[in-house]
Design a protein around this ligand. Structure first.
Ligand SMILES: [Zn+2]
Length: 308
């Protein structure tokens, strides 16, 4: 069991091993086939096929209003905090409020992501995502006692911004949910230029920038004009390869620690973050926290204590 603190709440996570038969895809899953998923910043995700078969508009999954509202409240609380005097009791109160709001936002975002990943895993037979090096991108700059890291706070802020879009969390949830619901996870290499390539003819636009919201194919015989993220989602669908991991069955609330982080001391720091590492939790007994592993360090201001 792992005890974790998040915001103003405490959480207890219990790990257990359960044997289960892995289902095969249903007929409707097989009919819908593979879907490509591109995570967005303004919205949650763009899909190469609509999430609901009869609603073409569901190809874009928006961030729900309650997530945006929570983000706005957090911004206001942070502004209020910056106006308080150091050491004052008002500052302490506001600080606690900021912590609560942070946690609330993270929880809402995660709940929404859970809804999406379950829907994807039950609706399609294969779900294709981009392999983003989240572990590397969000590695803590903390360093060690002997060689302390530089710009730790700045890096922590950047890490938060990257984690807010949750590409690693999307993949982590899909890795086990696809197995639970009879579908498969496919992954596209992180270096594959999914935004810059035409999903119809393969023509590449190396000069595409983040502000170009529409992909316009320069190949005269093709001439595809498509929303940039939709084009990326189609490329991800077409070019991802199946991810063959051994079966696992873990959910965040049920893993060895609340983060779903690996607990095996043999886990290489910054290694791939698939759930497979949680399959074998090593010999019983206390496991030292791996401070060098960003995935093992508590997220969003959570403090964790490994009990046994
Ligand atoms: Zn084209």
């Amino acid at each position: 069991m792992t005890i974790a603190r998040g915001g103003h709440r405490w959480y207890a996570s219990v790990l257990c091993k359960v044997q289960m038969d892995l289902p095969s895809p249903t007929r409707s899953q097989s009919e819908r086939g593979r879907v490509g998923v591109d995570l967005g910043v303004k919205y949650l995700a763009a899909l190469s096929k609509p999430l609901h078969a009869n609603e073409p508009g569901s190809a874009v999954v928006a961030n729900p209003r309650h997530v945006r509202d929570a983000a706005r409240r957090l911004t206001r609380a942070q502004q209020a905090l910056s106006r308080t005097r150091k050491g004052s009791s008002r500052r302490e109160r506001t600080k606690r409020r900021v912590g609560r709001l942070h946690h609330e936002l993270a929880e809402r975002r995660e709940a929404h992501l859970h809804q999406l990943t379950k829907r994807l895993a039950t609706e399609f037979s294969e779900i294709a995502v981009e392999d983003l090096n989240v572990a590397g991108m969000t590695r803590s700059a903390r360093g060690t006692t002997e060689a302390p890291g530089r710009k730790v706070r700045q890096k922590a802020g950047l890490n938060r911004a990257i984690l807010d879009a949750s590409p690693g969390e999307l993949r982590r949830q899909l890795a086990y949910k696809t197995k639970w619901y009879g579908s498969k996870l496919a992954v596209l290499d992180r270096w594959w230029p999914s935004s810059k390539t035409c999903s119809d003819c393969g023509w590449q636009n190396p000069h595409l920038t983040l502000s170009d919201r529409t992909f316009a194919c320069g190949n005269e015989t093709c001439g595809l004009q498509l929303d940039r993220d939709m084009n990326a989602a189609r490329n991800i669908e077409q070019h991802a390869t199946l991810d063959d991991e051994p079966p696992v069955a873990c959910d965040r609330r049920e893993t060895s620690n609340a983060r779903g982080a690996p607990v095996s001391p043999a886990t290489p720091p910054g290694g791939r973050q698939e759930a497979k590492k949680r399959e074998d939790t090593g010999p019983p007994g206390p496991v030292p926290p791996q401070r060098s592993d960003p995935l093992a360090s508590p997220p969003r201001g959570q403090e964790q204590t490994k009990l046994f």
